[in-house]
Design a binder for this molecule. Structure first.
Ligand code: PNS
Length: 159
């Protein structure tokens, strides 16, 4: 089975992430979306909440599976028999860091990284901006799936 992983923080998943995941799912037999467990990074949603939102948002893709992981992505790949990582590139500014990670992951374990150019509709989109806009009452309904927009409203209205 040809399997690829889409790793990230997904705090929360955006339409830009979903665009890459959906396009990868048309090319590969299975896409594993892997949510990083990173206790040192402050997040708006817990890992399990992020996994839940991703599962709802990808429910229409039969060959997309959502998991969480900690440690190195190359170890997750080895355990799950995954040979490649898929990453979306929004702009040239993404490239330098992504290239370093790609080369490091290849040198660590021979894991390939494939880059997919983001749909131009989403080239400005990142989770941190979505959170900031939502925090100040801006409309994010065109930027994230409906379930995420709802969860953002609920989370940000909590005292
Ligand atoms: O959504 P993000 O936060 O940009 O995703 C970054 C992520 C999770 C893809 C990256 O930090 C990662 O792969 N972390 C796992 C730890 C690891 O393997 N580090 C070495 C990378 S060369």
């Amino acid at each position: 089975m040809r399997r690829i992983v889409s790793p990230g923080s997904f705090d929360p998943v955006t339409n830009g992430h979903l665009d890459i995941i959906g396009r990868a799912a048309r090319i590969y037999d299975e896409v594993v979306v892997a949510v990083l467990i990173n206790i040192s990074k402050r997040s708006l949603f817990t890992v399990d909440e992020r996994v839940g939102m991703l599962r709802e948002a990808t429910a229409d893709y039969p060959n997309v599976r959502v998991a969480k992981f900690h440690g190195l992505i190359v170890d997750f790949c080895r355990v799950n028999e995954i040979s490649a990582i898929i990453k979306g590139l929004r702009a040239v500014s993404d490239f330098e860091y992504e290239m370093q990670m790609a080369q490091m992951n290849y040198s660590l374990a021979g894991i390939e990284t494939l880059f997919m150019t983001t749909n131009p509709l989403y080239s400005f989109l990142r989770s941190s901006l979505v959170k900031e806009i939502a925090q100040y009452g801006g409309d994010v309904s065109s930027l994230v799936p409906a379930n995420v927009a709802q969860r953002l409203r609920e989370r940000l209205s909590e005292p």
